[in-house]
Write a protein that binds this ligand. Structure first.
Ligand code: SF4
Ligand code: SF4
Length: 424
């Protein structure tokens, strides 16, 4: 009876094998260096410790956002696209790691029944992966989602992933045309392709090593570029969702407790510490900007953006990410009017699939503006009127209630009087 096992490096010469290991080492070197570079930039930020209670609270949220992809699937087409590509990618990645364990670490896993299921599952998820990528490409080309930017680089990433997916099937198909084994049908796609490849000189054993090496090179290019591109979100998005201190929509982080300050009347000693340069952000805030996928959901939901104000939350996040390298002054790349246009409504945070807290970023920088004595003229006038006339409209104090005339607005004083009357 035929032994069921994976024949890694089938028909591959020693020279090709050596080339593969050298390329793998280079790609991994690029990856580690790139990731370390970003890590050092995050470390520049103010240290904000991981609180394990936060992580515990994040586990359920992580399941909903990363596994279930709850926010992404609100858009059904894009939801399917993302689940197909991400589940496919993860399963194919796990499959590759198992090959390494089996061949390089000499732990024979890929044999017998396990190997048959392995082939079947990988072939199915490979199809999901390719379908997902095709949907993503078509949606971008046909401009079906206005929020998406369709630059050459975005399409290049998709093409690279697609070529890797298709290449895997091609080498499997050629292998199955030549290697006679009784369990080839478990590799459903490869087996179907092997039928098509019969008699072809291009998809033949002669060209197999070239197909095999080109597939490996594309996979290594992907590994090498991840930390230098927005593909870094493959790693930073799950990290951000799981470890980021919990600040869900509506919860605003303040560097002081206003209630305590007012009780103890310590306003004079209040020192506002805001963000004026990159290294004033916390390390988690900096990491979170590297999780941005540039999907544009935040822009599409932002009332300030939609009403023509000079604010686009995606740009705020991307600008911080892109200026992290040189500890730059925030005002050199983000204008005060952008920060002052935010209404803190939280729509962007609510919709962001990778849990970036735009409000937290924007308010930190707004405090930086106050620190630099830059304040919105309208807000300043309101505060001055409040201080001097006790009337935000700058009219005499006695006219404070004028705006509510005829609107039937309950006045506290009258409410209290009514209560007293009712009590009597
Ligand atoms: S919180 Fe600010 S940036 Fe976010 S959606 Fe609302 S207005 Fe836009
Ligand atoms: S911040 Fe979030 S919602 Fe906005 S573009 Fe980035 S990933 Fe998308």
């Amino acid at each position: 009876m035929q032994t069921i096992q994976r024949d890694t490096f089938w028909m591959i010469s020693t020279n090709y094998k050596l080339t593969l290991y050298i390329l793998a080492a280079i790609a991994i070197g690029f990856f580690i260096y790139g990731f370390y570079r970003r890590y050092r930039l995050w470390k520049r930020g103010v240290r904000e410790k991981v609180r394990w209670n936060d992580v515990k609270a994040n586990i359920g949220f992580f399941y909903k956002m990363v596994i279930e992809q709850k926010k992404i699937k609100r858009d059904p087409l894009y939801g399917w696209m993302h689940r197909f590509t991400s589940y496919g990618f993860v399963i194919l990645f796990i499959g590759t790691v198992l090959v390494m364990i089996d061949y390089d670490f000499k732990i024979p896993l890929l044999k017998g029944k396990f190997y048959l299921y392995y082939e079947l599952i990988l072939d199915i998820f490979g199809v999901f992966f390719i379908i997902g990528l095709l949907i993503a490409m078509i949606v971008r080309v046909l401009k079906k989602r206005e929020r998406l930017r369709n630059g050459l680089v975005d399409q290049a990433f998709l093409i690279l992933l697609l070529l890797i997916g298709i290449g895997g099937y091609i080498i499997e198909g050629i292998r199955l045309t030549e290697a006679e084994n009784s369990y080839a049908q478990w590799s459903i796609v490869g087996y179907a392709l092997s039928g098509l490849f019969q008699g072809s000189s291009f998809f033949s054993i002669e060209y197999y090593p070239i197909w095999w090496l080109s597939h490996s090179i594309l996979a290594f290019i992907l590994i090498a570029i991840i930390p230098y591109t927005k593909l870094l979100h493959f790693l930073t998005a799950p990290i951000n969702i799981l470890f980021q201190p919990v600040k869900r929509t509506g919860k605003i982080n303040t560097p002081y407790n206003l209630e305590e300050m007012s009780e103890e009347e310590r306003y004079e000693s209040l020192k506002i510490k805001g963000v004026t340069k990159i290294s004033d952000f916390t390390n988690w805030q900096l990491l979170s900007t590297d999780a941005c996928t540039e999907c544009g959901r935040c822009d599409s939901q932002c009332p300030a953006n939609n009403s023509g104000k000079p604010l686009a939350p995606r740009s705020i996040v991307m600008k911080i990410r892109d200026h992290m390298q040189n500890d730059e002054e925030v005002l050199s790349f983000i204008g005060p009017e952008e920060l002052q246009s935010c209404t803190t409504c939280g729509a962007c945070v609510e919709v962001c699939p990778v849990s970036i807290n735009h409000i937290d970023l924007i308010l930190s920088m707004r405090r930086g503006l106050i620190q630099n004595q830059i304040i919105d003229q309208e807000a300043e006038n309101t505060l001055v009127h409040l201080e001097e006339q006790h009337n935000i409209f700058g009219k005499p104090w006695s006219d404070r209630e004028n705006w509510s005339k005829g609107l039937n607005v309950p006045v506290i004083e009258n409410v209290e009087k009514n209560k007293e009357k009712e009590g009597a």
